[in-house]
Design a binder for this molecule. Structure first.
Ligand SMILES: Cc1cc2nc3c(=O)[nH]c(=O)nc-3n(C[C@H](O)[C@H](O)[C@H](O)COP(=O)(O)OP(=O)(O)OC[C@H]3O[C@@H](n4cnc5c(N)ncnc54)[C@H](O)[C@@H]3O)c2cc1C
Length: 307
C-alpha cells in the first residue's frame, strides 16, 4: 500500500512529489502516462516563472524539475491511471492490467484547451495561435491581435490584452456574449477593442515566421481578412477529470458545472485523503507557478495528515 499516489507529472504533480519525498513520505509514487513535464513542455517559450530570467523552451524549463524531485526518492511509473475508487479508508488506482492501493491520492491531471477546428489553427499553434493571454500576450506588445470566443474567459482575456496590445479584435459567432453583464459593458466601453459579431473564422494564415492574418466570413457572408500576428482562441477547456469518474458516471468527489474539481485552500476535496492540484481544480489561474504552489500545498497537507 502506498502512502501517497500522485497522478500526473506536470508542474503540480512534480512539485507535489518534491515536497512529499523531501518531506519524509517514504512510499510515494508519481504516475504519469507520458514523459513528466506536463502541458508547458509543449510550449516553445516560457518567460514568466519567477527567478528564471532567461527565456527557455518549455521542455528545457521542465528538465531540472524531474532531476530535482527524483533525487529525493520520488518513484515514477509511466502508467495511465484509468480510475480511482474509494474503499474503506484507502483508494484503489485502476490501470489497464492491475490495481494499486494508496492511503492518499493527489490528482494533478491538468486541463486541455478546446480547439476551434479552424484551418491553420493546428499548424500555427504555438507560432501565433495561443490559448493563454497571460502566457503569450507580451509577445504581441504594441501589436494587433484577435480573440476568438464570446464567454467570460474570452472577454476577460480581451480586457487583459488591451493593456499590452495596440488593438484587440474580438470575433464571436453570435450577436450576444455569454458573459457577465458587467464584463460585457467594460468590453463595449474599451476603445482598443473592436467587436466583430455574427462572424465565422474560416482560416488562419501565415508563413514559416508564424501567423500573419485571420480570415472570416461576416454576417453578410462577405469574406474579410485582417493582417495581424497573434490569435487567441478561448472557447473553453476540457478538464482531465476522467480518472475520478465512477462506474455510474458520477464523480468520486464534488465537481463544479465546468467539470473542475472543487477544493479548499489546502487542495482538499470533500473526500478524506483525496486532493486535487493545478489546472484541473476550481478557480485555477492556469499558470505554472500556481500549479507548482498547489502541488506543494497538497503534499504538505498529506504530510501533516500522516502524523
Ligand atoms: C502552449 C502552452 C503555453 C503555456 N505557456 C505558459 C507560460 O508561459 N507560463 C505559464 O505559467 N503557464 C503556461 N502555460 C500553462 C501551464 O502549462 C499550465 O498552467 C501547467 O502546466 C499546469 O500544470 P498541471 O500540473 O496542473 O497540469 P499539466 O501540466 O497539464 O500536467 C498534467 C499531466 O497529467 C498527465 N495525465 C493526464 N491524465 C493522466 C492519467 N490518467 N494518468 C497519468 N497521467 C495523466 C498528463 O500527461 C500531464 O503530463 C502554457 C500552456 C500551454 C499549453
Amino acid at each position: 500500500m502506498l502512502d501517497l499516489a500522485i497522478i500526473g507529472g506536470g508542474p503540480a504533480g512534480l512539485s507535489c512529489g518534491l515536497y512529499a519525498s523531501r518531506g519524509g513520505i517514504k512510499n510515494v509514487t508519481l504516475f504519469e502516462k507520458g514523459l513528466p513535464g506536463g502541458a508547458i513542455a509543449s510550449s516553445s517559450e516560457i518567460e514568466n516563472y519567477p527567478g528564471i530570467e532567461k527565456v527557455q523552451s518549455g521542455m528545457e524549463f521542465m528538465e531540472p524539475w524531474n532531476n530535482q524531485c527524483f533525487r529525493f526518492g520520488l518513484k515514477h511509473e509511466m502508467k495511465e491511471v484509468q480510475q480511482i475508487i474509494k474503499k474503506d479508508d484507502y483508494f484503489i488506482l485502476k490501470f489497464h492490467n492491475e490495481e494499486i492501493k494508496s492511503k492518499n491520492v493527489v490528482v494533478c491531471t491538468g486541463s486541455t484547451p478546446k480547439r476551434a477546428g479552424i484551418k491553420g489553427e493546428d499548424e500555427f499553434y504555438g507560432r501565433g495561435v495561443s490559448n493563454c493571454a497571460t502566457c503569450d500576450g507580451f509577445f504581441y506588445k504594441d501589436k494587433e491581435v484577435a480573440i476568438i470566443g464570446g464567454g467570460d474567459t474570452a472577454l476577460e482575456e480581451a480586457l487583459y490584452l488591451t493593456d499590452i496590445c495596440s488593438k484587440v479584435y474580438l470575433i464571436h459567432r453570435r450577436d450576444k456574449f455569454r458573459a457577465a453583464p458587467s464584463t460585457v459593458e467594460k468590453i463595449k466601453q474599451n476603445s482598443k477593442i473592436e467587436l466583430i459579431l455574427e462572424a465565422k473564422v474560416t482560416e488562419i494564415l501565415g508563413d514559416n515566421m508564424g501567423v500573419n492574418a485571420i480570415k472570416y466570413q461576416d454576417k453578410n457572408d462577405n469574406i474579410k481578412e485582417i493582417k495581424l500576428p497573434g490569435i487567441f482562441v478561448f472557447i473553453g477547456m476540457d478538464i482531465n477529470n476522467e480518472v475520478l469518474k465512477q462506474d455510474d458516471d458520477s464523480f468520486l468527489c464534488k465537481v463544479n458545472t465546468l467539470g473542475e474539481i472543487i477544493v479548499d485552500l489546502n487542495m482538499k476535496t470533500n473526500i478524506k485523503g483525496l486532493y486535487c492540484a493545478g489546472d484541473m481544480r476550481s478557480e485555477a489561474p492556469r499558470q505554472v507557478v500556481c500549479a507548482a504552489s498547489d502541488g506543494a500545498t497538497a503534499a504538505l497537507q498529506v504530510i501533516s495528515s500522516l502524523h
